[in-house]
Write a protein that binds this ligand. Sequence first.
Ligand SMILES: NC(=O)c1ccc[n+]([C@@H]2O[C@H](COP(=O)([O-])OP(=O)(O)OC[C@H]3O[C@@H](n4cnc5c(N)ncnc54)[C@H](O)[C@@H]3O)[C@@H](O)[C@H]2O)c1
Length: 280
Amino acid sequence: MEIKKICVLGAGIMGAGIAQVSAQAGFDVVIRDMEDRFVENGLTTIKSNLDRAVSKGKLDRGGADAVLNRISGTTDLTKAASEADLVIEAIIEVMDVKRQVFQDLDNICKKETLLATNTSGLSITEMAAVTQRTDKVIGMHFFNPVPVMKLVELIRGFTTSDDTLNMAWEFVEKIDKTPIEVKEAPGFAVNRILVPMINEAVFALAEGVASADDIDKSMMLGPTTRSVRWRWLTWWAWTPFCSCWKDFTGNWEKTNTGRRRCCANGAGRLSGPQKRQGIL
Ligand SMILES: NC(=O)c1ccc[n+]([C@@H]2O[C@H](COP(=O)([O-])OP(=O)(O)OC[C@H]3O[C@@H](n4cnc5c(N)ncnc54)[C@H](O)[C@@H]3O)[C@@H](O)[C@H]2O)c1
């Protein structure tokens, strides 16, 4: 099957970006959200992104209009998904809601349609399990902002077929992104590595190892590239309203210091092996 028509579920931050890059690559896209105002917001975001690209000379007006003409919006799931070759789900990060959507999609979509989820960390296998096409369900994890970020993690659930992976891979390359293949595991690849590193930066700050500015500099000028935006991390760690942290097993722990803590067993700072147990 050749992928031509894309359905994107959710017109939020990620859905709008995914719809935009897909239409820019020449795919017909229908974007679906729960209410007209959410659909309109998504379309307005895409239009202003394209206007900005035109004003910067990266795209001509005709090109931007052509992209917009390839995108339509609706609140009707059947209308959005029944003709799609690939559905990319980018709705709220709640397993029960996603599973319901996958069950509905399984009834609505053509039998050969691929179902992808942009989940940040939920189980692909668990979503696939509610469908009759467990081989055609895959994780397609984009990064924010989608029009800018090149990487897409393709996550295989236990039942995802090679064909599905190959078709998803081809699609990601066509939208000018770089795919990587990742096994299903908490945090997938990027967040598994990134989140402990973020925690460690906060611990280093808390222990007075270095100032916030110097930690920013250490990461921006040292081991990682300048595209890693460390500056927001220290803000994120110290703002008073950040008073809880969701651990790798999905529990929230309140901290009485107002700082986020890695708390896989609720005991505060963990040793290396304990941390690993928390994320495995
Ligand atoms: N924001 C990020 O940086 C980021 C990065 C990678 C992955 N993700 C993942 O992408 C997904 C979407 O995140 P977001 O940041 O775009 O969220 P968002 O809140 O900006 O958008 C979610 C949209 O989904 C809509 N929605 C909710 N239930 C729906 C349903 N049943 N059908 C259709 N639309 C529905 C909401 O109305 C909302 O407009 C989540 O799974 C998130 O974990 C987010």
